[in-house]
Design a protein around this ligand. Structure first.
Ligand code: ATP
Ligand code: MG
Length: 388
């Protein structure tokens, strides 16, 4: 019976002149998310996107639901029945639809986007309600908390009926904001930070720094598994794997212990910026927060950001650790993040790292080794993993 999925958006509706661009991206992303054998077409309708299902699609609603739960930009969606926008048709469709639903009480809730339609929404509710009552003995109208709510949307050329609104991810369609490069460790935070940029419409390119062969490959495997998950939200990803041990060795040999964490991060951000330039990405993303660990102070953030010219996004800055963990669980990255691995930066970290970096001192320390040279050498050994 269900032959379409009606997808509603919220923020796109506010986009004014750019609205068409956002809607087209959403159509494109829905087509990438849902298996091709499940739909005939995906089209823009006034105020919503509609997916026309194939017979196979109609029989696989749980799978389609799962796919749509990876599409940013949808505020809610509904598996619906379509019919021509005439009262006689709508009545019959509503009857058939309510008949097969469990529950004795119902109400009709109509929205007209076609204001030329001869009846008001309230009038349609009454006409359809009466018709259903007459033909279905045992069902009753109940306006507050009914077991079944039959939603009717009337558009100029078509009407949709459904009984359940399914919550979507919200946000904006991925790629509408352009690209960013995200520094992805094996930890809990950076996958969540990446996800939040995706949510605002950015396509994320991932960079992971590792110390292999000085450590095992666990962190690399974790990074791959995490990207595998985040890739579902953006339909195609790249993961840059950067060997970082040589740079760490130099920093270790030539600089004071307490500056190491900041010097490591500055080197990471510089390399990430090189990758961003190559990828035409316009920002960097980090999973840092403020005050979450001793090294994440405003002074240190300032000292790290000074190394690059691109803006650095730290979307976790307003979140508690507990909130971050809960979101990581929802996204599906948490279980991977908590697996043990040897963090490249956790090696040779002093007990008391600098918490209030003095930029002048940091830059003096940085002169003790040839970072530019090291970065050039490192760039040649970068591996890229592509996810379809
Ligand atoms: P996470 O949970 O993401 O590891 P964290 O709370 O452990 O973050 P730090 O270890 O201080 O914080 O790292 C801060 C940020 O620096 C990370 O969120 C990540 O963006 C980046 N980062 C740290 N280590 C790496 C790495 N090996 N590769 C890529 N990025 C890294
Ligand atoms: Mg970490």
């Amino acid at each position: 019976m269900v032959d379409v999925v009606v997808c509603h958006y919220h923020e796109i509706g506010l986009k004014g002149k750019n609205r068409d661009f956002f809607e087209r991206k959403l159509v494109e992303n829905i087509k990438k998310a849902v298996a091709p054998e499940f739909f005939e077409w995906v089209k823009k309708f006034p105020g919503r996107i509609v997916i026309s299902l194939t017979e196979k699609g109609s029989k696989n609603l749980p799978k389609i639901k799962k796919s749509l739960n990876y599409v940013f930009g949808i505020s809610y969606f509904a598996f619906a029945l379509s019919c021509s926008p005439q009262v006689s048709e709508i009545k019959k469709s509503a009857l058939g639809f309510i008949k097969i639903k469990k529950g004795k009480t119902f109400k009709i809730e109509t929205k007209r986007s076609n204001k030329k339609f001869p009846y008001s929404s309230q009038k349609i509710n009454e006409i359809v309600g009466e018709y259903v009552l007459k033909h279905l003995k045992g069902k009753k109208v109940k306006l507050e908390n009914p077991k079944i709510t039959c939603f009717i949307e009337i558009l100029p050329k078509i009407a949709f009926l459904y009984t359940e609104k399914i919550k979507g991810l919200g946000g904006l369609p991925v790629t509408t904001a352009g690209k960013v490069v995200s520094l992805l460790s094996g930890g809990i935070d950076s996958p969540v930070a990446s996800f939040l940029l995706q949510k605002r419409g950015a396509k994320v390119v991932f960079v992971h720094f590792h110390a292999y062969p000085y450590t095992n490959k666990a962190s690399i495997e974790k990074a791959k598994e995490i990207v595998e998950i985040l890739n579902k939200y953006q339909f195609g990803s790249k993961l840059y794997l950067v060997p970082f041990a040589e740079i760490q060795k130099e920093i270790l040999l030539k600089t004071q212990a307490k500056f190491r964490v900041i010097l490591y991060r500055r080197a990471m951000f510089k390399i990430a910026q090189f990758i961003a330039k190559k990828e035409n990405a316009k920002g960097l993303v980090s999973g840092e927060s403020l005050g979450q660990v001793a090294s994440q102070t405003l002074e240190n953030i300032l000292a790290i950001d000074e190394a690059v010219s691109l803006p650095v996004f730290r979307p976790l800055v307003g979140m508690n650790k507990e909130e971050i963990i809960n979101l990581a669980k929802e996204i599906g990255t948490y279980d991977i993040s908590i697996l043990p691995h040897e963090d490249c930066c956790a090696r040779f970290i002093p007990k008391h790292p600098e918490t209030k970096a003095d930029l002048k001192k940091i830059k003096q320390e940085e002169k003790k080794f040839n970072l530019r040279n090291l970065i050039q050498k490192t760039q040649k050994r970068v591996e890229i993993v592509v996810f379809k």
